[in-house]
Design a protein around this ligand. Structure first.
Ligand SMILES: [Zn+2]
Length: 496
């Protein structure tokens, strides 16, 4: 239920100052409508104001996850021991097994996990677009959840048949762009809590097609265009950054996911164009996508942010990803010294730099620094309240609240998630979701659902999905992926 006014009283607030330096300040914060109206000590509550006692709590900005395939809930746990090419077959392409209704539920499970772990804004690379209904179902679930989203509508390759493995690489049949125009016509989808972005992985198409497509998308008012870029043999032997530059389409609208394997030329072009990137440490480290670039020697930290990529593969927690990024980058840095029998004088990177990648840097990556990413008067009220007295957080929260969140927290320590001034998690539990909110776009699911009932429906659908999945010859599909995406098979080897 929307609250007009909420007072967070007496918490330890994490407030960004000059050069993104974070100060912890014991004070009050007043939310009016969807906005942070005041941050100061001794704010008086009016009789209509909901007061949340934040004694012994840390109050932080919500996390911004800049790369996530949110629909993939029904395949969670399937990819634990997979590399990219296997995941492409058992993950991405199982979008073909999903009805629009499955997509609704998968998407709902994904956005609710985000809210549970403290993500208040997600950039959703929605490669699920088998029909207009699939995308509409996903947007309806996103709207119902209460999360803030840049829903990046995605023309995607569509599987015609698993056996023989036949993939339709015609990314742009007429219905794909007419559906986008239809969605844009819902004016609120360009201005409100859920906004349309665009996701595209068709860099193999002719220059003219890409240039016209990106012009068209920008002319529709879309501000974020996101593209996967991994400069490895298993993904792209060419630089997509250079390609976009050469085509004249590399600009501040572009948000690359990964960028692992990026060259120094790529780094220069990313800076020059003020485009951005999302490092996704878990999937990059597991699936041989390369070293996360956010903290690498390429000097791309100012253009970087962090994403989860696949909650089908690991937790959707941004603090978990920040921790993995920070400690893996420290390991690589330290190893350079160790391998030469030397001792590093200082530790590489700080918890504050990591925290910023998940908050203010995420806002910059989507061009919304002025409204998101930090606790600041006038910004959107996307706020987390952490219990500083749990076994995990106690003492650490007193010593260094940023370190407490980045290195000590678990999602169970997160008591309250507020998005757009509305409480979505309270007392450590998700609040109910109302499917009425999305019915303008897709009206097939009804009612107000609590998490327990949502989880039962997810389990029921997972069983059905697993049956469909078992009928596939997945090794044949993996071979099909290798051929369909022009992967050089001679490069797949057992050892080097
Ligand atoms: Zn991805």
């Amino acid at each position: 239920m929307a609250s007009n006014s909420i007072l967070l009283q007496g918490g330890t607030l994490l407030v960004h100052g000059n050069n993104d330096h974070i100060q912890s300040v014991k004070t009050d914060l007043l939310i009016e409508g969807s906005i942070i109206a005041k941050i100061e000590a001794g704010i008086k509550a009016s009789s209509e104001t909901q007061v949340i006692d934040c004694t012994d709590k840390i109050v932080s900005p919500g996390f911004i996850d800049t790369h996530h395939h949110v629909w993939q809930t029904l395949q969670k746990g399937r990819h634990a021991n997979e590399l990219l090419l296997s995941y492409m077959a058992s993950g991405n392409l199982t979008n073909s097994l999903h009805t629009p209704s499955d997509i609704f539920w998968g998407e709902l499970g994904g956005v609710l996990e985000c809210l549970d772990v403290g993500t208040t804004t997600v950039v959703d690379h929605a490669h699920l677009n088998y029909s207009p209904e699939h995308s509409k179902a996903a947007i309806a679930a996103t709207l119902s959840s209460g999360i803030r989203s840049v829903f990046c509508y995605c023309p995607t390759p569509r599987l015609d048949s698993w056996d023989p493995f036949t993939i339709n690489m015609d990314l742009l049949p007429p219905w794909v762009m007419s559906t986008l125009e239809e969605l844009v016509a819902h004016k609120s989808l360009l201005q409100s809590r859920v906004q349309l972005g665009f996701a595209f992985d068709g860099s193999f198409l002719p220059k003219e097609v890409l240039v016209n497509l990106f012009d068209k998308v920008k002319s529709l008012g879309i501000k974020v265009i996101t593209t996967h870029y991994v400069h490895t043999a298993s993904f792209s032997p060419i630089s997509i950054v250079e390609l976009y530059h050469n085509y004249g389409i590399l600009d501040h609208h572009i948000l690359f996911s990964h960028c692992s394997g990026a060259t120094e030329t790529d780094a220069k072009l990313i800076h020059k164009s003020n485009s951005h990137l999302s490092s996704t440490p878990s999937t990059e480290l597991q699936m041989a996508l390369g070293i996360p670039v956010a903290f690498s020697d390429l000097g791309l930290e100012s253009q970087s942010s962090v994403g989860v990529d696949c909650h089908s593969n690991q937790s959707a927690s941004i603090p978990s990803e920040l921790r993995l990024l920070l400690q893996s980058s420290r390991a690589l840095y330290n190893e350079k010294f160790i391998s030469q029998d030397k001792i590093p004088k200082k530790v590489n990177k700080t918890v504050e730099e990591a925290f910023n990648l998940g908050t203010i840097q995420g806002a910059r990556a989507i061009g919304r620094e002025s409204e998101l990413g930090s606790l600041s008067v006038g910004k959107k009220a996307d706020i987390l309240i952490w219990d500083a007295t749990t076994p995990g957080m106690v003492c650490a929260a007193e010593e260094d609240p940023v370190a407490a969140i980045v290195l000590h927290s678990s999602p169970g320590d997160l008591e309250t998630t507020i998005v757009d001034g509305v409480v979505r998690k309270e007392g450590g539990k998700l609040k109910s979701v109302d499917f009425e909110v999305g019915k303008e776009l897709w009206d097939s699911e009804k009612g107000v659902w609590g998490w327990k009932d949502v989880s039962k429906e997810l389990v029921r659908r997972r069983v059905d999905m697993a049956k469909k999945f078992e009928a596939i010859d997945i090794e044949k599909a993996r071979k099909g992926v290798i051929q369909g995406f022009y992967i050089d098979e001679s490069k797949i080897v057992d050892s080097v």
